[in-house]
Design a protein around this ligand. Structure first.
Ligand code: B12
Length: 222
């Protein structure tokens, strides 16, 4: 892995946003995820590689430390901020020109859950693959998904959950959507869910990553 990509992973892991950010104190004055990501792109590093081997890898490291009680929520927040700042540079590379839209996908992080980095990546990948994306944000309940579907009938839906305590809300959301339109394609994702859970709650497809979800929906409309 290039040194620059490792530095990006390090900045995300330790929550170093940019040069101006005083956090973490031992990296004061150094470049952060913001500048390093820009630099990596300028040097011709592949955006997908920067994203997966740098940014997502850094996020995984901080998550592991959190589960081992080595860091706490404020550090995770700084990492998340560093990641979303760096993502602004990556985003344009995933957004294609203005090809005809393949369809619409309504996405959101389910009720009670505030994790949006993965969901935002899913949105970005769909947009890049030529889909219109309606992003309902975080903490989205069944009523909001149903209301959005009423406004845009025929859309597919993508649900994200990162907590074992919130993944359970997916079932209710799926049921409410099915009551309104039985044929809506519903995709789920997020660290605690899997294909077995997907089948159990009556959703259509689970993918561990955005790419899998994009290929699935592309095939459905092909
Ligand atoms: C960053 C983070 C936070 C940030 C979130 C900031 C933000 N804006 O998102 C903050 C600090 C706010 C936070 C808070 C909390 N967090 Co947190 N957080 C994380 C952390 C470190 C990273 C998550 C992340 O962004 N990963 C990077 C992205 C790219 O990956 P991803 O989300 O999994 O998404 C990918 C796939 O899953 C998939 N995907 C995701 N959604 C979807 C949807 C569809 C349709 C598809 C197809 C695919 C898909 O595609 C993405 C790209 O590959 C994880 C640990 C981890 N390693 O996951 C803990 C983690 C999720 N958090 C955890 C916990 C416990 C909490 C808190 C309860 C802590 C607390 N005590 O307050 C709160 C809950 C707040 C709430 N109500 O939501 C636990 C959850 C444990 C569990 N099993 O329930 C984890 C696993 C940490 C741990 N190891 O214990 N957290």
């Amino acid at each position: 892995m290039s040194e620059l990509i490792e530095q990006i992973a390090h900045c995300i892991e330790f929550g170093k946003i940019n040069t101006a950010s005083p956090y973490p104190p031992d990296m004061r004055g150094q470049e952060g995820a913001d500048e390093l990501t820009k630099k990596a792109l300028e040097q011709g590093e592949e955006p997908g590689k920067i994203l997966n081997e740098g940014m997502v890898a850094g996020m995984e490291r901080v998550g592991k430390k959190f589960s081992e009680n080595k860091v706490f929520v404020p550090q995770m927040l700084m990492s998340a901020k560093a990641m979303s700042t760096a993502m602004q540079h990556i985003k344009p590379y995933f957004l294609s020109g203005s090809v005809k839209r393949k369809g619409t996908i309504i996405i959101g992080t389910v009720a009670g859950d505030l994790h949006d980095i993965g969901k935002n990546l899913v949105g970005m990948m769909f947009e890049g693959a030529g889909w219109e994306v309606i992003d309902l944000g975080v903490d989205v309940n069944a009523e909001k998904f149903v209301a959005a579907l009423k406004e845009k009938p025929g859309s597919s839906v993508g649900l994200s959950a990162l907590l074992t305590t919130t993944m359970v809300h997916m079932e209710n959301i799926v049921q409410e959507i099915r009551k309104m339109d039985h044929d809506t394609r519903i995709l789920i994702g997020g660290a605690p869910v899997n294909m077995e859970f997907c089948k159990k709650i009556g959703a259509d497809y689970y993918s561990p990553d955005p790419q899998g979800a994009v290929s699935y929906l592309n095939q459905q409309v092909a």
